[in-house]
Design a protein around this ligand. Structure first.
Ligand code: C5P
Length: 238
């Protein structure tokens, strides 16, 4: 098993398991082969199949990133972290905009229930732009908002963030190697961008300082997922 306290310069691949059907997801993991060490389970599959599905994926020998983006009052989030923290998972997301107290309670619950679990803070969703922030009455640019929420996360004891590859350099400049940074929006050279707008290749993501890249469609949409995993891993290790 891998852990998230790796050297800050190493970069590992996480497969986004955005697959509608449990059997298809298990089939994909088999096809992806032993080189795949991490899988991300999101809200769609967790709300459909629940904790048993998480255990089933973990039983296949991959590390699980449970992407639930928790956001509620501090007590409720802490209780949710306690519940899912008992599952065989290595990463869990919470929303930093839930506030400092919410994050502090989440960190405390995580430390009590599963000291090896990496909590990751989500800052500004990449689906939100300046006009979305304006509509919420937030008078900051998305970049300033990310920096402010990251600072709050650090003060609350958080040590990981999910962010765009294009935010990594700014976050590294401001916070050094404090955070484990996990970045979606990565595309191997030659694969379709889909709805991802500002993409980087795996090598570029590692170069700017990502610790983990999340890739979905280029792997699960491929004829030979194991070949794509192998080529991404080769690129990350070059
Ligand atoms: O298929 P694709 O590689 O675009 O999948 C990326 C994964 O990362 C999806 O599960 C998506 O929900 C997630 N994600 C993202 N952008 C964020 C946060 C999460 O694309 N800002």
């Amino acid at each position: 098993m891998s852990d998230t306290n790796q050297s800050k310069n190493a970069c590992e691949l996480i497969l986004a398991l955005d697959i509608e059907d449990r059997a298809d997801a298990l089939d994909l993991l088999e096809k992806a082969g032993p080189e795949l060490r991490w899988a991300k389970i999101g809200l769609q599959m967790f709300t459909k199949y629940g904790p048993d599905y998480v255990r089933q994926i973990a039983d296949l020998g991959v590390n699980v990133f449970l992407d639930l983006k928790l956001h509620d009052i501090p007590n409720t989030v802490a209780k949710a972290v306690e519940s899912v923290g008992k599952l065989p998972i290595q990463m869990l997301t919470i929303h930093t905009c839930g506030g400092k107290e919410m994050m502090e309670w989440a960190v405390k619950a995580q430390e009590n229930i599963n000291p090896n679990l990496q909590l990751l803070g989500v800052t500004v969703l990449t689906s939100m732009d300046q006009s979305s922030l304006d509509l919420l009455g937030i008078q900051q640019t998305p970049a300033d908002r990310v920096a402010q929420l990251a600072s709050l996360a650090k003060d609350a004891g958080m040590s990981g963030l999910v962010c765009s590859t294009h935010e990594v350099q700014t976050l590294r400049a401001a916070f050094g190697n404090h955070f484990t940074l996990v970045t979606p929006g990565v595309r191997p050279t030659g694969s379709a961008a889909g709805d991802q707008k500002r993409i980087m290749t795996p090598a570029q993501a590692r170069e700017v300082g990502s610790n983990f890249i999340v890739v979905g469609r280029p792997i699960y949409g491929a004829e030979d997922p194991a070949a794509v995993v192998a080529s991404i891993n080769a690129e990350l290790q070059r």
